[in-house]
Write a protein that binds this ligand. Structure first.
Ligand code: NAD
Length: 496
């Protein structure tokens, strides 16, 4: 075992050989800086391990390796079928190693281990296989012009892509970027969040094992303002695929303009969950909990604003608060745990600040409303919290909390529900609960969001586009459309 690979002991008794280096040119290497990044277990507040971080010369080395790989026949000249086969091989290895991958991720970010391995794990493998299936189905067009003239189009990979991810779904998010980038023949450098540096390193090891040539898949850990910015401003990177906050998204668009990089931005949200009074309230409450408290509320498309028609409020709140009170908050490796800790101290403090702010602004606590402590009196746990009586000018209605804190507001008419839902600078998702088909589809078409779920919430599928309107982003991930973000279109004019 090299000195950059550590033996990670998981709470459920596994020993995992985890590489901690920068993954450049298919090797785990030391960074040029003496500084390391330490991952903290949010359930225990104890350090897990430290990893290498990338400074300017490391970023340059990775970009040079990616450029060389992009021009190397070993990658460039693979047939679409060969690219598909490689990605399927990686998916197979990911599937074989789900226990390890998801144990590492749960230690790093605090997700309940068993449910994330089964749910997110299946989604990750499915995403890679879905995009592997697209590799040999990327087609151009032929355009007839006149008797002697026509044009045809070639869809070609963009080149060297930087992929910058947040900490709430480290593995899922890596898969959303690796899948379409590799299916279309690009090279990709992953920059995980500084709050979740570990799982992508194990993933890189599996992609190497699958047979990806050096430089095609690389991982550089580091801070956003350092490593992240070095990627967004690098003149030899062609594209940035970013997921994270809206504020960082804006900075990235500006930085990436230095060489007109293509950018896709998946940013924040404040999604409205509209419950009409004819809805199946048991189902509505179940889905509100799934899409609001799931992943400790750290979901970009979380249904964080719940709009309930006046006649249904009392009954809905009774059922919903019962579910919230019954949610088992606990240690990630305890099988009964439904909600783990917030991922970091930073996020824990931020969420508690929003709870106190909502109380001060006059919102009423229905249930929860405070911190919880884990078994050893440690951990960044927060009670599933519901506020009622929330007004549209309150911070908790307008700002993304990114925690298990949901704001309930009432409405009288369909018109008012649509206006309240659209009263947001975000436009990621919305949910509608009603048994009335006309209301459901009429409302869906008027909501200013990239995604609408009718009678469910956050039931994401890799075959279906994911992304937002307004300040929730630019472009889409998942689904067939995700491929376009990794392709350039070339037109060839032919004059016979
Ligand atoms: P963040 O914006 O703080 O960080 C995201 C990533 O950007 C990290 O890797 C970080 O290191 C990097 N970064 C930070 N500053 C940078 C800079 N100046 N240049 C380059 N890179 C930089 O977001 P976060 O706190 O990690 O994640 C939470 C946010 O992500 C929430 O707003 C959430 O809604 C959003 N999110 C969106 C989606 C989506 O698909 N729309 C999915 C998941 C999370």
């Amino acid at each position: 075992m090299s000195d950059l690979t550590i033996s990670l002991q998981t709470p459920d008794g596994k020993k995992i050989a985890l590489p901690t280096g920068l993954f450049i040119n298919n090797e785990f290497v030391k960074g040029s800086s003496e500084e390391k990044l330490t991952s903290i277990d949010p359930a225990t507040e104890q350090p897990i391990c430290s990893v290498e971080i990338a400074t300017a010369s490391d970023v340059d080395a990775a970009v040079q390796a990616a450029r060389a790989a992009f021009n190397d026949p070993a990658w460039r000249d693979l047939t679409p079928e060969e690219r598909s086969k490689l990605l399927h091989k990686a998916a197979d290895l990911v599937e074989k190693n789900l226990d390890e991958l998801f144990a590492i991720q749960s230690m790093d970010v605090g997700k309940p281990y068993a449910s994330s391995r089964d749910g997110e794990g299946g989604h990750l493998v499915g995403t890679l296989r879905y995009f592997a299936g697209w590799a040999d189905k990327i087609l151009g067009q032929t355009i007839p012009v006149s008797k002697d003239k026509f044009a045809y189009t070639l869809k070609q990979p963009v080149g060297v892509c930087g992929a910058i991810s947040p900490w709430n779904y480290p593995l899922t998010n890596s898969g959303w970027k690796l899948g379409p980038a590799l299916a279309t023949g690009n090279c990709i450098i992953l920059k995980p969040s500084e709050y979740s540096p570990l799982a992508a390193l194990y993933l890189a090891k599996l992609f190497k094992e699958a047979g990806y040539p050096p430089g095609v898949v690389q991982v550089l850990n580091g801070y956003g303002k350092d490593t992240g910015e070095l990627l967004t401003t690098h003149l030899d990177i062609d594209k940035i695929a970013f997921t994270g906050s809206t504020a960082t998204g804006r900075r990235i668009i500006k930085a990436a303009s230095v060489n007109m990089k293509k950018t896709t931005i998946e940013a924040g949200g404040k999604s409205a969950f509209i419950v009409f009074d004819d809805a199946d309230l048991e189902q509505a409450a179940k889905w509100a909990a799934f899409g609001g408290f799931g992943n400790s509320g750290q979901i970009c498309s979380a249904n964080s604003r719940i709009l309930v028609q006046e006649g249904a409020e009392e009954k809905f709140l009774n059922i919903f608060s019962g579910i919230a009170k019954g949610t088992k908050v606990g240690l990630p490796f305890d099988e009964a745990t439904q909600q783990g800790p917030q991922t970091s101290k930073m996020q824990y403090d931020k969420v508690l600040g929003y709870i106190e702010g909502a109380k001060a602004e006059g919102a009423k606590v229905v249930t929860g409303g405070g911190p919880l402590k884990g078994p050893a009196g440690k951990g960044y746990f927060i009670e599933p919290t519901i506020f009622s009586g929330v007004k549209s000018d309150m911070k908790i209605f307008q700002e993304e909390v990114f925690g298990p804190v949901l704001a309930v507001t009432t409405f009288k008419t369909e018109e008012e529900a649509v206006a309240l839902a659209n009263n947001s600078t975000y436009g990621l998702a919305a949910m509608i609960f009603t048994e009335n088909l006309k209301i459901a589809h009429r409302t869906a078409s008027r909501l200013q969001t990239g995604m609408v779920w009718i009678n469910e919430s956050n039931n994401t599928d890799y075959k279906i586009a994911f992304g937002g309107f307004k300040q929730s982003g630019l472009g889409r991930e998942l689904g067939e459309g995700a491929l376009e973000a990794y392709l350039e279109e070339k037109v060839v004019h032919v004059n016979l």
